[in-house]
Design a protein around this ligand. Sequence first.
Ligand SMILES: O=P(O)(O)OC[C@H]1O[C@H](OP(=O)(O)OP(=O)(O)O)[C@H](O)[C@@H]1O
Ligand SMILES: O=c1cc[nH]c(=O)[nH]1
Ligand SMILES: [Mg+2]
Length: 216
Amino acid sequence: MTLQLRVYVPPHPLIKHWLAVARDATTPSVLFRSAMTELGRWLTYEAIREWLPTMDTEVNTPLSTCPATFINPEIPIAVIPILRAGLSLLEGAQTLLPLSSVYHIGVVRNEETLEPSIYLNKFPSQFHSETRVVITEPMLATGGTIVTVMEELTKRGIDPAFVRIISVVASPVALQKLNVAYPGLVIFTAAIDEVLNDKGYIVPGLGDAGDRTFGT
Ligand SMILES: O=P(O)(O)OC[C@H]1O[C@H](OP(=O)(O)OP(=O)(O)O)[C@H](O)[C@@H]1O
Ligand SMILES: O=c1cc[nH]c(=O)[nH]1
Ligand SMILES: [Mg+2]
């Protein structure tokens, strides 16, 4: 079977609404953060459908016994926010995955070369092989940052088939790069924008997600 990247753009009115708020250049930082939190929440809700491990058992209702399904607490769930901008989606993701562990990684692009470099890595030396991973990264532009993070995860035992990427705006260049390197990956994004300008910004995009989140 040939694996292929799967990219979902959920047609949900709340996702469209909060994307529109985030794209609007007049949206102040305080509202931009709310929009990103909501996008993190609804995109995570979509992404963990048929993915979060469950276990079938029985419960006793006040009247009788009945089949029941719980989230399986034995399978570790990791949320990976890529600093800085990925922090904007974290709260929304975390509210849906309250038992998850959060492992931070800081990556910054060189503004001239667009090459990513890691300045903080809180990953363990090895992850449990069954770990499910949600990566929060709002912008997939050249794809350099997300591929760097995937390399750090897979060399510590993460299976790409267990990874879901939560993004807000993705470019075809980044998606193609991911498809070559990790064809089994699944991505949930609010939009795919075609153009990458000569400074590596997605157009129309939403500008610099890190700066808009933190008001810098
Ligand atoms: O796909 P790429 O071309 O690698 O670009 C995407 C990355 O660029 C931005 O990070 P930035 O370097 O601006 O850091 P920040 O999040 O701290 O603002 C953005 O937050 C992504 O992490
Ligand atoms: O458009 C872009 C591209 C990279 N990083 C951003 O924050 N925005
Ligand atoms: Mg930035």
